[in-house]
Design a protein around this ligand. Structure first.
Ligand SMILES: *Cc1c(COP(=O)(O)O)cnc(C)c1O
Length: 427
């Protein structure tokens, strides 16, 4: 499609956008009383307006029913978490029995590693990407130490080639082959938080499984962003947070995927708690753990219902819209943003290097832009002028126009503000 850097062209794209009305389903923060251009849905998604109603419902049930709310609330609390599995399963390409919601992301990865990282004999190594999200690095190193092993010997980081911004699938596959039967686990972020690169999860999972390793994915930046087919790709496990593209609110609960082949295994190591026991006998308070016949067996504590409420609200919107429509709009709006960035760079003789892959199949909603020759002053200028983005050292801004609520007009307006910012900083 041929784009134009004009207001009328952008407005025309909005007029044709089947998701345009969803913008009004979210609360936008304001700067100087003007709604912002929000590029940080990859960090904290906007609040869906219906979220408050779902939270109020729980507050009212608690007020009116107290302990009886566990069984007699309109949406009873004792199995509240089960309501999230079916809509989430569609978002991640799984069957509902393979999905559960609990705790928070890093906690869940630890719990899942209790099951899926079982170093034994020579098979002890964990393959991950270099410069992974810090929490993932701490997670992996501490798990290795927990097993009395040395991270320097056991953690294998896949590297980028010198001078390149992104990982090559062929390099990842060949590293997996090289580590071979010494590989116990492959754990990578499905979408890199810094560059926005989408990994070829299907091929990497296949290569990993061939060596006999378990393969898990941290999907913090992937869920609600790109197409996922966790079951079909034969992934062993995955976990994600809900406050980025899933719009469920700050620090909110994490989703987990556990492939159904593990559900009936009785000898599987797992860190257990009462919420993972079969619900028919959960309140009989028996000494023996009888696992739920699905991913819920990994549940530990009774669910934090107040935080699941806004997540459930957000999932209602995902149900209505569907990932396919979000992905279609995402591809178009990201291409439009890319076009605007290039136009502005030409107009001001700027050097904005988009370090996110140019191939639409290798990227999602985020464009990471290296602002050569510009300093943090430009970022500050954007923030003062209603553009909410984030700054990453040394000189990168990340722009994620979430298709649920960002408009094409936002992209055009951003281009104009960026241009003024660059011209101003030269004064
Ligand atoms: C956001 C993010 C996290 C955050 O983990 P929490 O446990 O929710 O604080 C972890 N890993 C990745 C890759 C992330 O992008």
């Amino acid at each position: 499609m041929l784009f134009e850097n004009t207001l009328s062209f952008a407005k025309n794209l909005d007029d044709q956008d089947p998701l345009a009305s969803y913008r009004s389903h979210f609360h936008f923060p304001k700067v100087d009383n003007k709604p912002v251009i929000y590029f940080t849905g990859n960090s904290l998604g906007l609040q869906p307006k219906i979220a408050r109603k779902y939270v109020d419902e729980v507050m009212q049930d608690w007020e009116a029913l107290a302990v009886e709310g566990h069984f007699h609330a309109d949406k009873p609390w004792w199995d509240y978490h089960e309501r999230l599995a079916a809509p989430l399963a569609k978002v991640v390409g799984a069957s509902p029995s393979e999905v559960t919601v609990m705790n928070t992301l890093t906690v869940n990865l630890h719990l899942l590693m209790a099951t899926f990282y079982r170093p034994k004999g020579k098979r002890v190594k964990i393959i991950c990407e270099e410069k992974a999200f810090p929490s993932d690095q701490y997670l992996i190193k501490s798990q290795i130490r927990f097993h009395s092993l040395d991270p320097d010997e056991v953690m294998v980081e896949i590297k980028k080639r010198p001078g390149e911004h992104n990982f090559r699938t062929e390099d990842i596959i060949s590293k997996i082959k090289e580590v071979g039967t010494e590989c116990a686990l492959i754990l990578i972020g499905g979408v890199n938080y810094y560059t926005g690169q989408v990994f070829d999860m299907h091929q990497i999972t296949k290569a990993g499984k061939k060596t006999g390793a378990f393969v898990g994915w941290d999907l913090a930046h992937a869920v609600g962003n790109i197409e996922l087919k966790l079951h079909e790709w034969d992934v062993d496990f995955a976990a994600w947070c809900s406050y980025k593209y899933m719009n469920a609110g700050p620090g909110n609960a994490s989703g987990c995927f556990i492939h159904e082949r593990y559900h009936q295994k009785t000898d599987i190591p797992r860190l257990e708690g009462w919420w993972g026991t079969r619900k028919e006998v959960r309140f009989q308070m028996k000494p023996e753990f009888e696992p739920m016949p699905n991913a819920d067996a990994w549940q530990v504590s009774n669910a934090s219902v107040l935080s699941l409420a806004p997540y459930l609200a957000s999932l209602q919107l995902f149900e209505e819209v569907g990932m396919q429509a979000l992905i279609e709009k995402r591809k178009k709006i990201v291409s439009y943003l890319e076009f605007i960035l290039k136009e502005v760079a030409t107009e001001v003789s700027g050097n904005f290097e988009i370090i996110t892959p140019a191939n639409p199949e290798e990227r999602g909603t985020q464009l990471s832009v290296f602002l050569h020759g510009e300093g943090k002053a430009l970022f500050d200028y954007l923030m003062k002028n209603e553009v909410i983005t984030d700054w990453r050292e040394p000189n990168v801004i990340r722009l994620a126009p979430a298709p649920f609520y960002c408009s094409y007009e936002d992209m055009y307006r951003f281009g104009q503000i960026l241009k003024e910012g660059v011209l101003n900083s030269e004064l």
